[in-house]
Write a protein that binds this ligand. Structure first.
Ligand SMILES: [Ca+2]
Ligand SMILES: [Ca+2]
Ligand SMILES: [Ca+2]
Length: 489
């Protein structure tokens, strides 16, 4: 036995660095899938978590709430609607997806039951008589709605009884002097409210005490920034993404560090020199590398935000129809993030294929990787070797190694050690690692995949790949790495 172990040897080499197939979509600009005109004057659009249904706020008094089945995104199907005048400007879904809330400039906040998609039903309304609602957000626990009202500032509604929503708090001190409230989002713990102000940039309120919201932080955007219209906060509550008016060369998009909400700081800005659009809604990809912003005279623009200090334009979807520029006021992504739905007032629900935007120059290097290592989307060459370590930039991307560090490349770190033979490799998240075995090294050697040694790395770590079926004879091993084929969940 000792003899056999002694004869086991390891081959230290890089091999089987294969180009991934299914997971890597070829780069392509956004493309129209369908323009669904059965959606009447849509203003806002949100999707349920499962993704089969999207919910639309419509300007028209006859269709202020509309539901669509988008199981087949190429042919949406209208399932139900409800007519409540002046309430179809913005829309949000309750966490349990039993209700939607819609609001408009005069209609207050409407509460609608959607458990039967064919027959949505009004449950209640909050309207204090002179309501001018700009935006609102539902708390993650479902009990509270925070309303931005141009007449009343921030209003806190308790909605546990949908038939009788009641105001339990209010804050307007921060929004005097013309600082009109425009858009809002809430931290993941429901404790901090972020408010985009049409003048004055970002305001941050503590809402831990629902009856007494108080201002804890504020960021006044620099000169040359447009009025802000909406805000979206990252999942870990550390970044706020702001969109607003980019007409006349004003900066229309900002990323603000809000990790300490008392001291928000600007990280980077984007000026839409292409369209000078007035952006009013936005959403973020799950990996928080890509932001989708929509607006008047702009349609959809897609930005990379891997480097918060330099948000970078990737691509747009922009259609002039009947001499009218797009008036796009709502955006959401379907769960696979290959499809974007746009609420476009004159032309209905626009379904756009965005599956190819993650590698917009189609060179096999995703935008996020190029921005991280090259700070732009195009200068890295897939076949180039920026650090001269013998590994192409594409191979460094697949392996997760640093294309600017000659010491960083995929290799075996040593034998497995312990009772079973195998090998150790330095691993990176999102990659799958495998081991191959051969009994001899010769030109005709047939390497056999070791089924017990296929491991997906979750973190940056040294992985041990173990061969639990090693033969008694001397063994050679080689290791390989590939992109994890499983889509992110
Ligand atoms: Ca690329
Ligand atoms: Ca290299
Ligand atoms: Ca390298």
């Amino acid at each position: 036995m000792r003899h056999n172990i002694h004869r086991r040897r390891l081959l230290f080499s890089l091999c089987c660095l294969t180009v991934c197939g299914a997971h890597f979509v070829r780069g392509a600009p956004p493309a129209l899938i369908t323009r669904y005109t059965d959606a009447v004057q849509p203003a806002g659009v949100r999707r349920g978590a499962a993704g089969q249904h999207v919910h639309v706020a419509g300007w028209s008094g006859y269709d202020s709430y509309q539901a669509f089945d988008v199981t087949n995104a190429a042919s949406p199907r209208r399932t139900g609607s409800l007519a409540i005048p002046y309430s179809g400007e913005s829309i949000e879904i309750s966490p349990d997806e039993s209700r939607v809330y819609t609001a408009g400039f005069f209609g207050g906040v409407q509460i609608i039951c959607i458990t039967n998609p064919a027959a949505p039903e009004k449950l209640g309304v909050y309207n204090n008589g002179n309501s001018r609602v700009r935006d609102f957000v539902v708390s993650h626990d479902g009990a509270t709605v925070f309303v931005l009202d141009e007449s009343f500032g921030v209003e806190v509604l308790q909605v546990t009884d949908p038939a009788a929503p009641v105001r339990i708090g209010r804050y307007d001190e921060a929004f005097t002097n013309g600082a009109v409230v425009a858009g809002t989002d809430l931290s993941s713990d429901d404790a901090t409210l972020f408010v985009a102000a049409a003048e004055g940039g970002l305001k941050i309120l503590s809402v831990t005490n629902r009856s007494e919201p108080r201002l804890i932080g504020q960021y006044d955007l620099p000169a040359g920034s447009g009025p802000m219209r909406d805000v979206f906060v990252s999942a870990n509550d550390s970044l706020a993404f702001l969109v607003g008016d980019g007409s006349s060369g004003l900066a229309a998009f900002h990323i603000v560090d809000v990790a300490d909400p008392r001291f928000p700081t600007l990280l980077g800005s984007y000026t839409d020199s292409r369209r000078h659009g007035n952006f009013v809604d936005l959403t973020l990809s799950r990996d928080e590398q890509t932001v989708f912003i929509v607006g008047h005279n702009a349609g959809l623009q897609i930005l990379n935000v891997t480097r918060p200090d330099r948000p970078t334009y990737i691509a747009e979807f922009y259609e002039v129809i009947n001499s009218t520029t797009p008036q796009t006021t709502g955006v959401c992504l379907l769960p696979d993030e290959n499809t974007a739905l746009l609420a476009e007032n004159a032309n209905g629900l626009i379904v756009v294929d965005v599956s190819g935007v993650a590698d917009i120059d189609n060179d096999g290097l995703p935008n996020a990787w190029e921005m991280l290592y090259y700070t732009n989307l195009t200068s890295a060459a897939s076949g180039g070797d920026s650090d001269g370590d013998g590994q192409s930039n594409r191979r460094e991307y697949v392996a997760g190694t640093d294309p600017w560090n000659r010491q960083s490349f995929f290799r075996l770190e040593g034998p497995a050690g312990g009772p079973w033979p195998g090998a150790r490799v330095k691993a990176y998240p999102g990659r799958v690692y495998g081991l191959w075995r051969a009994d001899e090294l010769a030109p005709e050697t047939v390497w056999q995949a070791v089924s017990s040694a296929v491991v997906i790395a979750a973190t940056e770590e040294v992985l041990t790949l173990i061969d639990t079926n090693a033969s008694a004879a001397g063994v050679f091993y080689k290791a390989g790495v590939d992109l994890d084929n499983q889509p992110d969940s």
